[in-house]
Design a protein around this ligand. Structure first.
Ligand SMILES: [Zn+2]
Length: 498
């Protein structure tokens, strides 16, 4: 930090390289909405006031790093890629008064940035937030609202959980019953609905402009009751299963070749809709009761020389990962798939470590032993649906607060080994977490997690950190976020988590 400030006004002139275009558009959008003006174009007579300059490879900023230099006369931003410029703009916004992210014009504010120089590069290239749109459905507008929050926290992956036992939410042209029937198998007011392919393209583009890649999740072979109600011929016993909040042993039949054809046809449309590198194929919580008593599954186990039904799931995941490999995609799977050993899956498989509460670091160790890249998103403490104090079916042992996330998150590894590629946070909507209930779970705790995704700096003591979080509250207010309490001892008696 230096002395003085740079003041952004309607006569501030900017010049930018092609890679910085989306960043400038975003900065202008915020200025126009909150300050009532945009940056002026460059003039021939004088040097621009805000300059976006292509960095040289020797600056070693990578895909997402940037250098931000603010003097009292000008702002200079250097980056190598569009994401780097975009994150520099996010940092500028963080230094501007909080009203800059508001939705109305604020009068009488000086839009100043302090004199400083920052060189900033993220710790991880995979920084994700997951929304469970399967159990509860959120509108496209609501999803976009969250994408804008994520962009401001420099989170670059929106992991979109689109299929569940309680709802299939993605239109698949080849199998219309998936949404005709599968999107309304549960009865709740926010459990009806799906996203059309046009809406999905709209979300993907909205995210892209904010340097966010959308990673769709099609959860297989379990958590699929909604799909199997629509197509019961794909279960082991050709019978539509009941829908459940959690999970059941009614899976796609792993022995039937029609299952693979069906899923590959779905994935073909999914790959076309989502241009990003990653597809998440679930793989969690798939009890094998049905597979163990299905003659078709048992025949497949024998025919393929597999040891048991767990290895049948490895076989199942391997076939689908191989399909994705042909489409030049990486395949993310929940840790359950590798926890019991079995043959190695293809090289495009990435493992997501989640179940710390019941299995501690079993996934982490298995991934390390097998040489899979891993994303750390342990339920302790990245599952933001766990409230801070008990609510509904969430007892004390499924609660955590800002301090616990800051001080004791197993997913926050100080000096991560190379196979750790990122950190993820999840917002599950089980037990009817409706749209109006999400903000108070996600914020302020996502501030800690996004920092753990980005920053390699050493930790300051929690009380100091908490003061920094409080400085962010006016910004959350400006964003219209109905954030909840931060620490257990401050949660009011009978606080309403609904
Ligand atoms: Zn079967």
């Amino acid at each position: 930090m230096g002395v003085g400030t740079f003041n952004i006004t309607s006569s501030t002139r900017t010049k930018y390289c092609a890679e910085a275009r989306d960043a400038v558009v975003y900065l202008n959008l915020k200025l126009k909405t909150a300050a009532g003006f945009q940056l002026a174009a460059q003039s021939a007579e004088r040097r621009p006031d805000i300059e976006f300059v292509q960095a040289a490879p020797k600056d070693s900023l990578g895909n997402e790093g940037y250098i931000l230099k603010v003097t009292s006369k000008r702002i200079t931003i250097r980056a190598q890629s569009r994401a780097g410029f975009f994150y520099a703009v996010q940092t500028i916004l963080q230094f501007l008064p909080p009203e800059i992210v508001g939705s109305k014009i604020s009068e009488g504010i000086s839009w100043t940035v302090p004199v400083l120089i920052i060189r900033d590069i993220p710790k991880y290239f995979f920084r994700s937030f997951m929304m469970d749109s399967g159990r509860q459905f959120q509108t496209v507008e609501y999803i976009k609202r969250y994408l804008d929050f994520l962009a401001q926290l420099k989170i670059n992956i929106f992991h979109w959980h689109l299929t569940e036992g309680q709802g299939w939410r993605i239109e698949i042209k080849k199998y219309p019953k998936l949404t005709e029937l599968g999107s309304s198998v549960a009865q709740g007011e926010e459990q009806q609905g799906f996203y059309t392919q046009e809406e999905i393209k709209e979300v993907v583009e909205y995210a892209r402009l904010r340097c966010i890649t959308v990673v769709p999740e099609i959860d297989l072979p379990g958590h699929s009751e909604a799909a199997l109600i629509a197509y019961p011929e794909l279960t082991c016993f050709k019978k539509a299963p009941p829908t459940v909040m959690e999970y059941s042993s009614h899976l796609f039949c792993g022995g039937n070749e029609s299952t693979y054809t069906f899923i590959e046809n779905i994935l073909s449309e999914v790959c076309d809709l989502f241009p990003g590198e990653y597809i998440h194929l679930g793989g969690d919580e798939a009890p094998k009761n049905d597979w163990d008593s299905c003659s078709v599954c048992l025949a497949k186990i024998k025919q393929e020389g597999l040891a048991n039904s767990h290895e049948l799931q490895i076989y199942f995941s391997t076939r689908l990962a191989t399909y994705l490999q042909q489409r030049e995609k990486k395949c993310i799977l929940w840790g359950d798939v590798i926890e019991n050993g079995g043959p190695r899956m293809p090289d495009n498989v990435i493992i997501y470590w989640w179940n710390y509460r019941k299995k501690l670091d079993a996934t982490y160790k298995a991934a390390m032993a097998m040489g899979y890249p891993i994303i750390c998103g342990t339920n302790y403490y990245t599952y933001l649906n766990f409230p801070i104090t008990p609510w509904s079916r969430y007892k004390e042992d499924r609660t955590f607060d800002l301090r616990q996330a800051y001080e004791g998150n197993p997913s926050d590894i100080l000096q991560p080994p190379k196979f750790v590629i990122g950190v993820g946070a999840c917002l599950w909507t089980d037990w009817n977490v409706k749209m109006r209930m999400i903000d108070q779970r996600v914020f302020p705790r996502l501030l800690v997690l996004s920092e753990q995704m980005w920053s390699s700096k050493e930790k300051i003591p929690f009380p100091e950190y908490y003061e920094k979080v409080k400085l962010f509250y006016p910004r959350l207010d400006a964003l219209g976020i109905h954030y909840g309490p931060a620490v257990k001892e401050e949660v009011p008696l009978r606080y309403n988590w609904e």
